[in-house]
Ligand binder design. Structure first.
Ligand SMILES: [Zn+2]
Length: 133
């Protein structure tokens, strides 16, 4: 069972991750200005632009999916079963929650499902938050 102090720390972490994803999303949209008027009709430039757009859609989808998972985690924070693995029912390691607060799988279940390794990137705040584990 998670202490309220741990929950508040995770909530803060979720907020910060969400801000970071939003900043990344907004930053990307600020960068893309589209083909300049003088290059309209230039098929090479259009191809480059289309590639950039496709890339942006893929990145946007990832970011929006992550924002959704973070919102969902925030809603679940006060549930009795927050921090419990939805697959095996064991508590999710605090260390893992600090790195990936939106996860709903413990480390070994995530490994077994083949998503653990790819998503397990410790968040910069992790070290700071170790104090509460
Ligand atoms: Zn599990």
């Amino acid at each position: 069972m998670m202490t309220s102090k741990q929950k508040r720390a995770l909530q803060r972490l979720i907020f910060q991750k969400r801000d970071a994803v939003r900043a990344r999303f907004d930053g990307r949209h600020g960068e893309l200005t589209g083909p300049s008027t003088k290059s309209i009709g230039d098929t090479a430039d259009e191809a480059v632009w289309n590639d950039a757009l496709e890339m942006q859609y893929a990145l946007d989808e990832n970011d929006l999916a992550e924002l959704g998972r973070l919102d969902d985690a925030e809603r679940r924070l006060d549930d009795a079963d927050f921090g419990v693995c939805e697959r095996c029912g064991e508590p999710i390691e605090m260390k893992r929650l600090l790195a990936l607060p939106e996860t709903s799988l413990c480390f070994s279940c995530a490994e077994e499902e083949g998503v653990g390794r790819r998503q397990y990137h410790p968040h910069p705040l992790t070290a700071e938050l170790y104090g509460i584990v």
